[in-house]
Design a protein around this ligand. Structure first.
Ligand code: 9WN
Length: 451
């Protein structure tokens, strides 16, 4: 239902208002009663999807936006880990809660059931944007008061368990943690995991029965995804043991860039709830500085760092633009990064500029294959915000408008073909709806007040 006091109602043109209503209808269709499922393929609550849904929905349906975050944080572990999935009772998904066996972890809650890994930390940003957009500011302040300890524990977990050598860069131990599941960036690390048939846990995929197998990761990937989960179970999800032994350990540019901004937003939240913002600003500065490690001077672009190989990953992905979003570059460096956009861009429609998640010139570029080529709204959202930060206002508008037009023309798909604009993956996708609402309404009103 449209809230007549929603900030966007007055601000939006009629056609955008119609689109916003469609986005809200998608979110309502995927509403589970306590949280929003991403879509038919994904019947539980996912971490970074939930954050984007909450910030997009805030101006229109503050109640459900707040509930979305509360529900996610209900699954937080005692050690601060914010799980990538909070499970519902639905069973049409692999790996379901029986496969994760998180009861082996002392820190995991008994209820709700959760997975045992994380996703990119965009939650403090979501909570802050929710507050900035909320029609009922005092209710939203109450939410910030409630969430603040959980957000601090979540970031605290990342700095305590996911950084090494005081470096300030968080690492991921599973491709699902980076959010870009079958990105070619992980090919080298996954190829090094050589498995005997006995080491591959027995499992049955659901995703390639519900979805088009031509748009889903390979069995080779799933064998390794499952193996990595089984390995973490054997280690009782103990972070120190996983850090020492996990064969997959990557410091990703997108994950860390989102962390920088989330720390800044956590500092804003601290001010609102009467706490000291300094520790979170310090985390932001630490990680922003550490992103320098991901810069490859030869290739003039940012690459995720493979800790086990001791070098950068070889594939250039759109994650390499994320340090713009973090504001972690000099203006000279930003010019070089923006120059790389051409490798990722295709012109679509009248003025569209579609950004694929992998460069078109990459030998592994596949326009339909999930994180190996399609256009993802989250990438447009991050790149657009990064360009805006560095003063490329027109380009930034073009990038966010393109995502909006892809949706207007084709519907709320999970991802889009960068060459044709056709929708792919799940056709009624909540994450896309949340991000469209956010982009239609950006910037939130209180952020404007701050300038
Ligand atoms: C595994 C829910 C999630 C997104 C991820 C996306 C995909 C899951 C899957 O779907 O991952 O977490 O089963 O493929 O890659 O970014 O959060 O939408």
């Amino acid at each position: 239902m449209i809230n007549p006091d929603a900030a966007g109602v007055e601000r939006l043109e009629v056609s955008d208002l119609e689109l916003a209503k469609e986005a809200l209808a998608i979110l309502d269709r995927n509403w589970l009663g306590h949280a929003t499922r991403p879509g038919r393929l994904y019947p539980h609550q996912w971490s970074w999807d939930a954050a984007c849904i909450a910030m997009g929905r805030a101006a229109w349906d503050q109640g459900r936006a707040e509930q979305e975050l509360r529900s996610l944080f209900a699954g937080q572990w005692d050690n601060g880990l914010l799980p990538h999935i909070v499970f519902t009772d639905a069973d049409r998904y692999f790996p379901g809660r029986e496969f994760w066996q998180t009861e082996r972890a002392a820190a995991a809650p008994r209820s709700p059931h959760t997975s045992g890994i994380v996703q990119p930390p965009i939650h403090a940003t979501a909570a802050w944007r929710l507050f900035c957009r909320a029609p009922d500011r005092s209710g939203a302040k109450q939410l910030l008061v409630e969430l603040f300890p959980g957000l601090v524990a979540w970031h605290g977990y990342l700095y305590r368990e996911r950084t090494r050598d005081g470096e300030g860069l968080a690492e991921v131990w599973h491709p699902w943690e980076a959010g870009m599941d079958n990105s070619p960036a992980w090919d080298g690390a996954l190829a090094r995991i050589v498995l005997t048939p006995e080491q591959i846990p027995s499992y049955e995929r659901v995703d390639n029965r519900i979805g088009d197998p031509g748009e889903r990761p390979s069995d080779f990937d799933y064998d390794r995804y499952s193996y990595l989960v089984a390995r973490m179970q054997e280690l009782s999800y103990d972070p120190a043991s996983i850090r020492a032994e996990c064969p997959f350990a990557i410091q990703p540019a997108l994950f860390n860039s989102l962390l920088v901004q989330s720390n800044r937003d956590l500092a804003q939240i601290a001010c609102v709830v009467g706490e000291d913002p300094e520790p979170y600003q310090a985390w932001a500065d630490l990680t922003a500085g550490a992103l320098e490690k991901l810069w490859d001077e030869e290739r003039r672009f940012y690459f995720d760092f493979d800790l086990r190989a001791g070098t950068w990953v070889s594939a250039a992905t759109a994650a390499g633009f994320a340090p713009l979003y973090a504001g972690a570059l000099s203006v000279e460096r930003a010019i070089m990064v923006v120059d790389s956009l051409v490798r990722f861009s295709s012109e679509l429609g009248e003025d569209g500029l579609a950004l694929s998640c992998v460069g078109h010139d990459d030998p592994d570029f596949r326009p339909r294959l999930y994180w190996r080529g399609p256009v993802w709204p989250i990438i447009h959202w991050v790149v657009s915000a990064g360009l805006r930060r560095y003063g490329y206002t027109q380009l930034a508008d073009r990038v966010s408008r393109t995502a909006i037009e892809l949706v207007r023309n084709g519907g709320f798909w999970e991802h889009y073909n960068p060459l044709t604009g056709d929708g792919q993956g799940d056709p009624s996708f909540s994450w896309t709806a949340g991000l469209v609402l956010d982009m239609l309404d950006a910037p939130p009103s209180a952020e404007e007040d701050r300038r």
